[in-house]
Design a protein around this ligand. Structure first.
Ligand code: 6R9
Length: 651
């Protein structure tokens, strides 16, 4: 969290109690009820999770809830057989949910698709059969590079149905990023689209995939969705390698039995940035992830049968995996899915959609809220958004100002706000209010979810009020590893303390026991809720012939939460210029994508270093944020996150 925001958070004293109108129908209606259930979940986790899992369908029941014999390689529901696609779709087909909308989709240009659970079943089964026709088998990896169109959700579910491991790559990533991810997991197939609308402009995704797969010998076929049947996106098709999605599924049977997966069979990979240059393929497996995404959705969104639920994330990130596809569908909920930008074609687009579909639950990121604040209330007030009953945020710390604006302007002081802290690695929400019972404080993620034994520790493992966030017990949704890199899995998450999970965030607990997440303590910058490793950018810059060294840091940003500033020192004989900035920017676009472009690139003769040669990032942050350069900080003030970072980076 930025220093400015942190100051306001440290002074924040306002509280908001659950209101009667929400509480009276809520799943959990009092703090006593939460505490009782939480206590059960911590004292008897196996019994607790076994009961929760009995709400879902297993082809064969597990023999053992948790195997903790070989930490950190925890195994959940061993011996069980299940399928998450079956639980998201088939489980609902014998009830009235069969003909309820599963996905309501709105395209950026305003086109609409509504799929009931029965429709979704047909589409997923057909594609599952199509994939089988191409020779896809259980365990094969499939890279999905699709925009937010229904086929993205369908593809994910079709993979899960036949036991293929999906690796969704956010459709803002460059060709280089795609090929890195494909090569890391040796994917066999890509699923992409000819193009997508982005703020009225065509973006030709298939061309990007073509570029990527030139470097990917493992790819056998590219499946291509025709995004628009009216406006054809220009797209070359190689008759040996490329196949149209609609041709593939033509004549495919509408029924494909769901593969009976072992509980610990791999479900998906999702790549995320870390402190070193290479993104990590986070592994999630079947039963535990299924249960955790299902159970958190049920309680944190307090899902009621008639709700229309909208999460504005992209399925290319974990939030979309857990809270657009798996969690809500496992609950039989109606999910809205929107293809486009919040300001296309106008800045009231989100509220227009809320009005049009009578959205009840709305889940978005603080950066979006700050953007709406900047655009002004008038855009909101043009629409009737009185259907909203619950609001959520995720992705980065929310500053109290943005929280209050959300509460007043969007929630009309009527809707509870759930500020949910979690990560790609955790599979689902970890620290979050439960609406209906938790009294909230603006900027605090409040208390741990059921089964989550969260605390705050110092480097040596002693409990503190301010320090590193830690999770002491395994939970079903936890990552099971880093693809192909066991050492990295152990070092990154389990080496700080013994058998305690280290998420990489700083946190503080106040006198009432509320958790306040302060931000990353490692070299990961959170730009608009997107995690970007500074080392990733640094290695891109030094790959340029003129660059000697580079240090990238995160600084406060009013809208994005954090922005990146790159300090670059040049090799002898080179000079900083606008054209060099342009070249470096292009390099970032090519290697990662536009969303990773730093806010500023500053040329410098030298980088400040400690005697042992470590770059003094805090000094760089002071310079970039225009503060007097100093190094006096105490834990209680706004320098806390910097101080934590320094501690973390100490040898
Ligand atoms: C779900 C998601 C994870 C990192 C995490 C933390 C930050 C997420 C937050 C939050 C404060 C919240 N983060 N939610 N910080 N309050 N409610 O965002 O996953 O993309 O892996 O990012 O995001 O720093 O460590 P992911």
């Amino acid at each position: 969290m930025s220093n400015e925001n942190l100051k306001t958070v440290l002074q924040e004293k306002r509280t908001f109690q659950p209101q009667d109108h929400f509480q009276k129908n809520a799943k959990i209606q009092s703090m006593e009820a939460y505490k009782e259930k939480y206590r059960e979940s911590i004292e008897n986790p196996e019994e607790f999770w076994a009961n929760a899992a009995s709400e879902l369908h297993f082809f064969k029941k597990w023999d053992r809830v948790l195997n903790a014999e070989n930490p950190p390689f925890y195994r959940w529901f061993e011996g069980g057989k299940t399928n998450i696609c079956y639980n998201c779709i088939d489980r609902h087909l014998d009830s009235a949910t069969r003909n309820k909308a599963a996905i309501i989709w709105e395209g950026e240009p305003g086109d609409e698709v509504v799929l009931t659970y029965a429709d979704l079943a047909r589409k997923v089964n057909q594609l599952a059969n199509g994939l089988k026709k191409l020779g896809v088998q259980k365990g094969d990896r499939i890279a999905i590079y699709l925009p937010m169109i229904p086929e993205l959700a369908i593809s994910v579910l079709a993979c899960a149905r036949i036991g293929a491991v999906h690796s969704v790559i956010f459709a803002g990533f460059s060709a280089d990023s795609i090929s890195d991810r494909i090569n890391d997991c040796q994917a066999k197939i890509t699923i992409t689209s000819d193009g997508v609308w982005r703020k009225g402009k065509k973006l030709l995704l298939k061309n990007i995939v073509d570029e990527a797969v030139k470097k990917c010998p493992s790819i056998e076929k590219n499946i291509v969705v025709k995004r628009s049947h009216k406006d054809h996106f220009e797209c070359a098709m190689d008759e040996n390698k490329d196949i149209w999605y609609h041709d593939l599924i033509e004549n495919c049977s509408l029924s494909c039995p769901a593969e009976e997966m072992d509980s610990e069979d791999m479900l998906f990979l999702l790549y995320t940035s870390g402190t070193t240059g290479k993104p990590k393929g986070i592994i999630h497996t079947t039963a535990g992830y299924m249960l955790y995404s299902y159970y958190t959705s049920k309680y944190v969104f307090d899902l009621q049968p008639e709700d229309v639920y909208w999460c504005t994330a992209d399925i290319g990130w974990i939030t979309g995996h857990s809270y657009i596809v798996y969690g809500p569908l496992a609950n039989g909920a109606t999910c809205l899915m929107y293809e486009g930008a919040p300001n296309a074609p106008h800045k009231g687009r989100f509220w227009e959609i809320v009005e049009k579909y009578r959205v009840n639950i709305f889940y978005t990121a603080p950066t979006a809220i700050r953007t709406f604040m900047k655009w002004g209330e008038d855009w909101v007030n043009k629409y009737d958004i009185s259907s909203l009953r619950l609001l959520g945020t995720v992705g980065e710390p929310i500053n109290p100002e943005a929280w209050m604006w959300y509460h007043k302007v969007i929630g009309k002081e009527r809707c509870p706000i759930v500020d949910t802290w979690w990560q790609t690695e955790t599979g689902g929400m970890m620290i979050t209010p439960i609406p209906g019972c938790t009294t909230t404080k603006p900027g605090s993620a409040t208390f741990p979810f059921f089964g989550i034994d969260a605390t705050i520790l110092d480097k040596d493992g002693n409990e503190q009020d301010t320090g590193f966030l830690a999770v002491r017990k395994p939970w079903p949704g936890m990552l099971r590893g880093v693809y192909g890199d066991e050492e990295r899995f152990k070092n990154t998450y389990w080496s700080q303390w013994e058998n305690i999970y280290f998420p990489g965030d700083g946190a503080r607990r106040d006198e009432d026991g509320y958790f306040w997440i302060l931000g990353r303590v490692d070299d990961v910058v959170n730009v608009s809720g997107h995690r970007i490793g500074t080392a990733e950018l640094e290695s891109i810059f030094v790959s340029h012939a003129s660059v000697a060294e580079s240090a990238v840091i995160g600084i406060d940003h009013e809208i994005k939460g954090q922005a990146m500033v790159a300090f670059v020192s040049l090799r002898e004989g080179n000079e900083g210029s606008d054209s060099l900035i342009e070249e470096l920017t292009q390099l970032v676009i090519e290697k990662i994508g536009k969303f990773a472009i730093p806010e500023r690139i500053i040329f410098t003769a030298d980088l400040p270093k400690t005697r042992s040669g470590k770059i003094m990032r805090r000094l760089l942050r002071d310079i970039a944020e225009g503060r007097a350069v100093g190094n006096v900080t105490t834990l209680a003030d706004a320098g806390v996150i910097d101080a934590l970072k320094e501690k973390y980076q100490e040898d």
